[in-house]
Design a protein around this ligand. Sequence first.
Ligand code: ZN
Length: 134
Amino acid sequence: MFYIKCPRCHEADLFDTGSFSFKQPFDMKERCDACNEDFFPEPGFYYGAMFISYIFTAFFSILFVMFFHWVLDWSTMVSFALLIGVLAVFFVYFFRLARSVWININVKYEADAVANPRQVVSQGTESSRFGSKT
Ligand SMILES: [Zn+2]
């Protein structure tokens, strides 16, 4: 999960570029290179990841400032200034980590995922499936 790999096969990366390269930092792959898992199962799928990112950043910030202010006895201003610098550097990683955590909650690991790639479900098949219910 923390290596930001495909949740289903743990083989391919979720993103095209490295976390600290800052090239296209938010461009996620649409599908897994190894097992063809769909990384965008529905529109707005990553709305939930925003909450994970927010909660994670908030807890990190509190612990970070508490550590420097009380443990190392730095002033609050310096602690906050350092926090902002650290958050700026790790912002892309946090963003990606939140998405990785979110898709790992929703997609189960399968040991034989690469041998059994996901079939691409076309829009037509989708609508006919719903149509057959009525
Ligand atoms: Zn995969």
